[in-house]
Design a protein around this ligand. Structure first.
Ligand code: UN1
Length: 505
């Protein structure tokens, strides 16, 4: 460990942010956030928010809504620019805090912060766009247009794997379009959330427009989802939780944007540049320790190159160094917590019964790793397309290599899952590449690149059970947080009846 662990007694206490004030929870209880690379290192004590705290935050967001919705959108955008600039100034501090709290290696943590900056700037620009349509009316002397309006209080429920980028993906479009926010971060990353909200306060978001409530899903999350005063929820996390939110929120006919599981595949054709494919696969499978929604957990390989590919993957994966993410020589950081290690270990046992273990397969706890949640990069080969390890989301460093014969079988295997977030194909044949772009049933398709690395100005989200049809990022991100209003202005001075007076008879 490059830094001395901070004891529970020495770790600071953080608060909730409600109506522009940092306040303690009414519960009087706190929970700890631990460094997953060294669980002796306590990042801080965070308020165990209650249903009552959450109701107060919703109330504060409601109270702030009328003035915020009537603030000109370009002015709102300026505050987003200020926030993006502050994130830029504090990028290194934020990245280091992120590595400490959730484990991803420092280069990736910097990328996570950068993604937050990128979406802040993209959405700031939206303050001067927010385009609707102006269109001819079917009647003379009549004007027709559509405008976007905010919904009200947005419930923002976020995961720990992109603890700054994803909250920004959600809060920036919500805020620029005039909604106010109640933000419930994952319980594994409350410090990252607190640092973000501190900068939002500094950037000048008015009191009550952004509220932070840390605490459990059962207390805080459920209160947000149940509240009749929160018309829109944006959630990223597990499919199980997402389906629960869909059921509950559906009862109230809420706007729900859900970004859930994935089982993303890289396809490797017989004409692929194998070394390039290996680079893309390892980065996508073991980057963020496999804990990305977009992580590659399946390689569907054209049989003639299967053995060569597996040999190259094995040689490289075995050399990957596990360790603390701030250490420049570390390739792969820890898993988020002990429960994640147990889940990965369980899937590896299942895999041993289904396929051939090529490398890895064990918890890593030697030397410096003894107090962390580490698991070796693991590869299985000869995996059948419908094996459990090829179908179920593991969310860890476990890769299944699935050999098949030719393009049609590749497509069948790539699409043969209930998820559809991201996919990729390695091929040197332009016709095959275009076929895959047409045939893969995923919200994101890469050609000659891995399954991770989405850019913020394109839509992000998946088909099938990965979500419910909404998209984050891109200019379409504002769709989640706006209602359409069609406006007609008749300046003829007489009653004109649509569909009737213009089409008599
Ligand atoms: C996620 O895994 O939930 O494309 C987000 C990527 C990142 C975002 C991933 N830009 O991998």
């Amino acid at each position: 460990m490059p830094v001395e662990p901070v004891s529970a007694a020495a770790a600071p206490v953080f608060k909730l942010f409600i109506g522009g004030e940092w306040v303690a929870s009414r519960s009087g209880r706190t929970f700890e956030s631990l460094n997953p690379a060294d669980r002796r290192d306590v990042v801080g004590h965070f308020q165990a928010g209650t249903a009552g705290d959450t109701a107060m935050a919703i109330g504060a967001a409601q109270a702030a809504f009328p003035a915020w919705r009537n603030t000109p959108a370009p002015r709102r955008g300026e505050i987003l620019y200020a926030f993006g600039a502050l994130m830029g100034q504090h990028k290194e501090r934020l990245a280091q805090a992120m590595t400490r709290e959730m484990g991803k290696v420092i280069a990736e943590a910097r990328g996570d912060v950068q993604e937050g900056i990128d979406i802040a700037y993209l959405m700031a620009g939206e303050g001067r766009r927010m385009f609707g349509d102006t269109t001819p009316s079917e009647l003379p002397d009549k004007w027709a247009m559509s405008i976007r309006q905010p919904l009200g209080v947005a419930g923002i429920i976020t995961p720990w794997n992109f603890p700054m980028a994803i909250p920004c993906w959600k809060m920036m479009p919500a805020l620029v379009t005039g909604n106010t926010v109640v933000f419930k971060p994952a319980s594994d990353t409350p410090h990252c959330a607190t640092l973000l909200v501190e900068l939002m306060q500094q950037a000048g978001f008015p009191a009550g427009t952004v509220n932070l409530v840390t605490g459990s899903g059962a207390e805080v999350g459920d209160t947000i989802v149940d509240s009749p005063d929160v018309p829109v929820i944006s959630f990223t996390g597990s499919s199980v939780t997402g389906k629960g939110i869909a059921a509950k929120g559906g009862q109230r006919l809420k706007r729900l944007s859900l970004e859930l599981g994935g089982k993303n595949a890289v396809a490797v054709m017989r004409d692929a540049d194998l070394d390039l494919a290996v680079d893309g696969i390892l980065w996508s499978a073991f980057g963020t320790t496999g804990q990305r929604c977009t992580a590659c957990s399946r390689v569907v390989v054209d049989r003639p190159v299967a053995d060569a590919l597996v040999a190259k993957l094995k040689a490289r994966a075995e050399k990957m160094r596990l360790g603390y993410g701030l250490d420049a020589t570390t390739d792969v950081g820890p898993l988020i917590n002990g429960a994640a290690v147990a889940k990965v270990a369980e899937y590896v046992e299942i895999g041993k019964g289904e396929a051939r273990l090529v490398c890895g397969g064990s918890i890593a706890a030697d030397g410096d790793l003894a107090n962390g949640s580490f698991f070796e990069p693991t590869i299985f080969s000869n995996v059948a397309p419908m094996a459990r390890i090829a179908q179920e989301e593991i969310f860890g460093p476990v890769l299944s290599v699935i050999p098949v014969d030719g393009y049609d079988e590749v497509v069948k295997a790539v699409n043969g899952t209930r998820y559809g977030l991201s996919s990729s194909i390695f091929t040197e044949n332009v016709n095959t590449a275009f076929r895959a772009m047409r045939d893969f049933e995923t919200g994101i398709v890469y050609v000659n690149a891995g399954t991770i690395g989405a850019e913020t100005h394109l839509p992000f989200g998946g088909w099938k059970e990965t979500g419910n049809g909404h998209r984050e990022a891109g200019h379409v991100a504002i769709d989640t947080f706006t209602e359409w209003k069609a406006v007609y202005i008749d300046f003829s001075g007489r009653l004109q009846r649509a569909q009737i007076d213009n089409q008599p008879g």
